[in-house]
Design a protein around this ligand. Structure first.
Ligand code: NAD
Length: 243
């Protein structure tokens, strides 16, 4: 923990990559949590763009439950710890694979949403965009043109918008430390970010409750434990070093 804190204090640029695991303690299940949403809705059946195009009403049964879970969730100490590091000027940007807006709610300012955000929805027919908060009533929600709306999140099988990919890859190649929190690093192309950072000689600090595909070959320091506890401990250590 101390060595990881020293790396962060000494780095000119630290970037974080977060995944579903950072939001598990906020009540949003990751793809691995037992008894969660994903046991009833297989992500490969409900989370693909082909499934949405073929049967949007079926996919909206999953989306409606997911948006209920997300709207009840609040940032946990891990989101707040990363926001504190940003406030201290020690964390440049958070690249998140999550769509739950919890980094921003915790006070983080520089956040790249690699897989989009569920706050807005768009019409795949006429491109009109709506704020989720403004849509009350119909489920599934419909556009003025009567087409069913899709949340602005990247479904499996959809291309990632160019801007977050370009920005993330630039940050990964220019940071000295990459802090990887709560991701299995199995979803492509987001899982190339640690490799890019590693090739550019960044140190990789990984926080997860269990080892991942990164741990043995890519990670320099593996801090095993719940994100809320480990991030809090790490930020405390950084604050001690900076005082
Ligand atoms: P994943 O479900 O594949 O993996 C989650 C990882 O987090 C696992 O390695 C697990 O061991 C770890 N983890 C679980 N609880 C943890 C905790 N308390 N502390 C630390 N680590 C913990 O998630 P992924 O790698 O992000 O990829 C899944 C895809 O699905 C991503 O695109 C993700 O954005 C999306 N997704 C998003 C949300 C969300 O927005 N909150 C939720 C589920 C899935």
């Amino acid at each position: 923990m101390r060595k990881a804190a020293e790396m962060i204090c000494q780095a000119q640029k630290t970037v974080a990559l977060t995944g579903a695991g950072i939001s598990v303690e906020s009540g949003i299940p990751d793809f691995r949590s037992a008894g969660g949403l994903w046991e009833r809705f297989d992500p490969m059946e409900y989370g693909t763009i082909d499934a949405f195009r073929a049967d949007p009403e079926k996919v909206w049964r999953m989306l409606r439950e997911m948006s209920g879970v997300i709207s009840r969730a609040r940032p946990n100490p891990a989101h707040k710890g990363l926001a504190r590091l940003q406030e201290m000027g020690l964390l440049h940007t958070i690249i998140t694979q999550n769509i739950d807006n919890l980094h921003q709610e915790a006070g983080s300012t520089h956040v790249i949403e690699y897989h989009g955000n569920s706050r807005t929805l768009s019409c795949l027919r006429c491109d009109r965009q709506y704020r989720a908060d403004d849509l009350t009533g119909d489920v599934p929600p419909k556009c003025a043109c009567d087409n069913i709306l899709k949340p602005d999140v990247v479904f499996f099988g959809e291309a990632i918008p160019t801007k977050p990919v370009r920005e993330s890859h630039e940050l990964a190649s220019s940071c000295q430390v990459l802090l990887v929190v709560g991701t299995s690093a199995t979803v492509s192309p987001a899982n190339s970010i640690p490799q890019i950072a590693r090739m550019a000689k960044a140190k990789i600090i990984e926080i997860n409750i269990e080892p991942t595909v990164l741990t043995a070959h890519i990670t320099d320091i593996f801090l095993q434990g719940k994100a809320s506890e480990v991030v809090t401990g790490l930020v405390d250590e950084v604050e001690r070093l900076m005082s």
